[in-house]
Ligand binder design. Structure first.
Ligand SMILES: Cc1cc2nc3c(=O)[nH]c(=O)nc-3n(C[C@H](O)[C@H](O)[C@H](O)COP(=O)(O)OP(=O)(O)OC[C@H]3O[C@@H](n4cnc5c(N)ncnc54)[C@H](O)[C@@H]3O)c2cc1C
Length: 485
């Protein structure tokens, strides 16, 4: 492995305009203290005695949560979010609201406090993490402190790129349509600063951020008939009930998983497959009369979907291309608007579907990516564990096949196939099953292990196993048909 040793002080003074700070030696340079970088480092601390230099341009760990809208929450249960070594959930189910009966969804403030505690109580006291907030990694192992301007150079054999997922959020993204300065346009972060009722609210974006904005407006008592929802593509959604860890949700999580594989195996075409996935409760859609063409893995509860159906003004004219003070131009037509109408930008796609896929392990570099669908932090933790327990780069990559991020409905096929193959390979790896069962970021392995001895549950597991091979066969057939193999 080629070391990332970057020479000496004199090289820096030749190349950089900033003042030289320190030469830092460590085993890993991790760029990004977002959820992915934090989950990776946490497992590295548990499984190795390595030292880490952790660099982030924000002042606090937690990545995009630092810039999130005030009413943001996790989309999936807190019980398996964060880092492996520290619980985030209170263990309680919500008793009110649209998430009632399901595991708590930490708010943005709770997520930030959590990552701060992980840094304060675990990373720094370990003496093995050298944390540099307010610092931009400028490439080649150098980073520049934003306030002092000092440039530090890290000599580390491995760089971990915790920025690759490149999560996009409304407050930091630039919309891809033109906006007339007279139009009232804001990221959803600014909704809470409104002081007067608007003539109406136009939410631009059919994804999870748009859904969050709509649910917030409705929860604050806005008349649904004053809301317009601009949806360029309808989406297949995941039912949050099926993402709940814990034995009491076995039939929602594991039985739906079995039903999913059976639906794939029994399907006769791609369209029939989606119908079956909806019928078995794996997929939800908000408007049953419209066939979705998008799938981003967004998660929602049945109650939230019902609430959204109260909004009747849904505009399906393609993407917005121009926002004027009196009209909104879309790809396939336009609708009127007014200067007193608030237009809410929810067009950022949290995880870019155009993301470059690359091997997780390359000489001198690790790029954490999704190796289990919809699970960035579990993926980062398992990648760190594989790094800690294997030397051979081919072997490491074989255990960490990238699960592509979905965009179109049919991307579900590739994502599911890649996820199933990883799960199969992990099951062959001595000790990995036990490691996953003990890792809180893996919401489901323990639920499966706890089923032993329960006849009903064992029958469900038998159904699941029986459906795996026929399901894989069908996925291969459809992927070949669609030219996606
Ligand atoms: C509203 C919302 C809710 C979500 N809910 C869930 C959920 O419930 N469960 C789930 O699993 N996922 C959820 N996600 C998905 C989310 O993408 C991941 O959970 C995760 O937070 C992504 O973390 P990250 O570390 O990859 O990215 P980020 O949070 O973007 O972190 C990247 C970090 O890298 C730093 N950085 C980038 N470039 C540089 C540089 N050159 N120098 C220094 N630092 C740099 C940034 O400052 C940032 O701190 C949600 C996403 C959103 C937007």
């Amino acid at each position: 492995m080629a070391p990332l040793r970057l020479g000496h002080r004199r090289t820096l003074t030749d190349l950089d305009t900033g003042r030289f700070g320190r030469m830092i030696e460590s085993d890993y340079l991790v760029v990004g203290a977002g959820a992915v970088g934090m989950a990776f480092v946490d497992t590295l601390l548990s499984d190795t005695d390595a030292t880490v230099t952790l660099v982030d341009r924000y002042d606090r760990p937690g990545g995009h949560w630092n810039k999130a809208y005030p009413f943001v929450t996790l989309h999936q249960p807190s019980a398996f979010y964060g880092v492996a070594s520290r619980e985030l959930s209170t263990g309680q189910l919500d008793t009110s609201g649209l998430n009632a009966g399901l595991g708590h969804l930490a708010t943005g403030t709770e997520v930030l406090a959590y990552f701060e505690a992980v840094m304060r109580d675990r990373f720094l006291p370990s003496g093995r993490v050298d944390y540099h907030p307010m610092s931009d990694h400028t490439g080649d192992g150098r980073f520049r402190h934003r306030l002092s301007g000092e440039i530090h150079e890290v000599s580390a054999p491995v760089l971990v790129d915790g920025t690759h997922l490149n999560t996009s959020i409304p407050s930091t993204h630039t919309p891809n349509f033109s906006v007339d300065p007279d139009a009232r346009f804001m990221p959803l972060n600014d909704l809470v600063d409104l002081t007067e009722p608007a003539a109406g609210y136009v939410v631009i974006g059919g994804g999870k951020t748009g859904i969050d904005a709509l649910l917030w407006l409705l929860a604050r008592g806005v008349d649904p008939d004053t809301i317009t929802w601009v949806v360029s593509r309808d989406a297949w959604l995941l039912d949050r009930r099926n993402t709940q860890p814990g034995d009491e949700f076995f039939h929602d999580t594991i039985e739906t998983q079995a039903a999913q594989f059976e639906a794939i195996a029994a399907s006769t075409s791609v369209d029939d497959l989606f119908d079956r996935l909806e019928a078995c409760g794996y997929f939800l859609r908000i408007h049953p009369e419209v066939r979705p063409t998008m799938f981003h893995g967004a998660t929602i509860s049945e109650a939230e979907a019902a609430e959204l159906r109260r909004i009747r003004n849904v505009v399906r004219l393609g993407r917005v291309t121009e926002l004027h003070s009196d009209r909104i131009v879309c790809e396939r037509g336009e609708i009127p608007t007014t200067v007193d109408t608030v237009h809410v930008d929810c067009s950022a796609s949290a995880l870019s579907p155009d993301l470059e896929e690359k091997p997780v392990f390359e000489p001198g570099r690790i790029t954490p990516q999704m190796i289990r669908g919809y699970q960035p932090v579990f993926s980062a933790s398992l990648i760190a564990h594989v790094e800690a327990t294997h030397d051979d780069i081919e072997k490491k990559n074989s255990l960490c096949g990238v699960v592509p991020l979905p965009n179109h409905d049919t991307d579900y096929l590739r994502l599911t196939r890649a996820g199933m193959m990883n799960q199969y390979l992990w099951s062959l790896e001595p000790g990995l099953d036990e490691w996953m069962q003990a890792n809180r970021l893996d919401g489901f392995s323990a639920t499966i292990a706890n089923a032993v001895g329960d006849r009903d549950k064992m029958a469900v597991l038998a159904r699941l196993r029986a459906a795996v091979v026929p399901a894989l066969g069908k996925l291969d057939e459809y992927l070949a048909e669609l030219g996606l193999d």
